[in-house]
Design a protein around this ligand. Structure first.
Ligand code: UDP
Length: 466
């Protein structure tokens, strides 16, 4: 019995095939591996190539059903899709992966499965095999609490609405379309039947009040194990997160080295948000008017790899490109955020981007677009006071250039100035952001909250399984 308790847990991780899900869950898998557990990541060949090179885990791949869904070879991740049809086909393909993955797990059962909530079938599989299942969806606990509150109490048809039965008075000005909300809620319902949520955050940022609220309202367990990005310590490890960067890290770092501390605005809307040219033009005009230097990550447009000068004029004011760094494609975000010259992050509030900014102590200028982002914004601005809002009020699946209302340059410029031009408010925000960064680092260090949670979780799983 003693020897059994000493043997490492055999854990399978099944991340969803999108950068915002895959990167953090694989980093969390590494936390387990670094504590001596036997970790296998189950994915497809292209996605396996994007995993951490200095890995201490195993990888089990299954052929991506490209032909079955009519996709070219190598398009296996939502973050590489540049149109809606491709995105839908990738989604279809992930559903086809169920059968081979399921039979592999049945033939080689682990002690525990950690899977994305977008694979709800893992629930029945774990029940059948009588093994614990942990679930991950890349949201903060604050957001899960908010979604659960809305699900339980229902929201009226009109906006704004107050999140019901919630520790803070939080008013929402945007809501997802009914079908999307129902879809997420159905996934959450299955997730709550699992043995626990894994959260890519540290308990102090969600806050004691939300930990208690979650346990009280759901009776379910959530394990804060992050920030996941801190599993990477060297510049190279940080640079190789996700897709291949289109700029060299040296280029980014030496450009940033030549700038003053806190003088650069970093702009990036994650891995699956594409704004139309008219919106990009407003962003560029706002940054231009603010007078601040910038690094701006703009997703590469399909078929426009060699954009003509005329086409560029649709979204770039004349001469703007020379006044900062524009990265068309994948950027080494964690490296950029960690540079002292970066003074603010104009972000879509994707949870990974949010927690990476917090980890780096960088104040945020928030511009949510869809998914969990509107809730994340409230945590950042109204609850923790580490950012200011641009004032985006429209939930839009801003995939592939179809956006609703354009956010005007004046609102963007004003928000940028509030953080970048100094003054009392900016100083307070910066001070709080730095304090949270320090807490984040301590959380994953020995004896920190996330470190201790992982110790407790491993122990808990061992008592359940061995
Ligand atoms: N990311 C990156 N470079 C990019 C764009 C995104 O490294 O050019 C990473 C970012 O650091 C984060 C993830 O991709 O870890 C995006 O996740 P997030 O939750 O912020 O947004 P999503 O892409 O899911 O909307």
């Amino acid at each position: 019995m003693e020897a059994e308790a000493e043997r490492p847990l055999k854990l399978y991780f099944i991340p969803y095939l999108a950068a915002g899900h895959m990167i953090p869950l694989c980093d969390i898998a590494q936390f387990f591996a670094s504590r001596g557990q036997h970790v296998t990541i189950i994915t497809t060949p292209f996605n396996a190539q994007t995993l951490h090179q200095s890995k201490n885990f195993h990888v089990q791949t299954f052929q991506f059903p490209s032909q079955e869904v009519g996709l070219p070879e190598g398009v296996e991740n939502l973050s590489t899709a540049t149109d809606l049809q491709t995105s839908n086909r990738i989604y279809m393909a992930t559903t086809l992966l169920r059968q081979p993955m399921e039979s592999f797990v049945e033939q080689h059962p682990p002690d525990c499965i950690v899977a994305d909530f977008l694979y709800p079938w893992v629930h029945d599989l774990a029940l059948k095999l009588r093994i614990p299942r942990l679930v991950f969806n890349g949201f903060s606990l604050f957001t899960i609490c908010a979604m659960e509150a809305v699900k339980t109490h229902g929201i009226g048809a009109s906006l704004p609405f107050l999140i019901p039965d919630f520790p803070h008075h939080v008013t929402m000005n945007a809501a997802p379309p009914e079908d999307v909300r129902r879809f997420i809620e159905s996934l959450l319902t299955v997730a709550l039947k699992s043995d626990g949520f894994i959260i890519n955050n540290f308990a102090e940022l969600d806050g004691e009040e939300y930990l208690r609220h979650y346990e009280r309202t759901t009776g379910h367990k959530a394990w804060h194990l992050g920030p996941a990005s801190l599993v990477r310590s060297t510049c190279l490890e940080k640079a190789e997160r996700g897709l291949k960067s289109v700029v060299s890290v040296e280029e980014c770092v030496s450009w940033l080295d030549s700038k003053r501390v806190n003088s650069v605005v970093y702009i990036c809307f994650g891995s699956i948000c594409y704004f139309p040219d008219k919106q990009l033009y407003e962003i560029a005009s706002a940054i231009e008017a603010s007078g601040h230097e910038f690094i701006w990550v703009v997703p590469e447009k399909k078929g426009k790899e060699n954009e003509s000068e005329e086409e560029k004029e649709n979204w770039l004011p004349k001469g703007f490109e020379e006044r900062g760094m524009i990265i068309k494609g994948w950027a080494p975000q964690v490296v950029i955020l960690g540079h002292p010259s970066v003074g603010a992050f104009l972000t879509h509030c994707g949870w990974n981007s949010t927690v990476e900014a917090v980890t780096a102590g960088v104040p945020m200028i928030t511009w949510p677009v869809h998914s969990d982002q509107f809730y994340n914004e409230k945590l950042i601005t109204r609850v923790r006071g580490i950012g200011v809002e641009v004032g985006a009020e429209e939930w839009t699946f801003c995939g592939f250039y179809e956006c609703g209302k354009v956010v005007g340059r004046d609102r963007i410029e004003e928000a940028v100035r509030r953080v970048m031009d100094g003054g009392d408010e900016a100083q307070q925000i910066r001070r709080r952001a730095k304090e949270f960064a320090e807490t984040a680092r301590q959380a994953v260090g020995e004896g920190g909250s996330s470190y201790n949670n992982l110790t407790a979780l491993i122990h808990h799983l061992k008592t359940l399984t061995l």
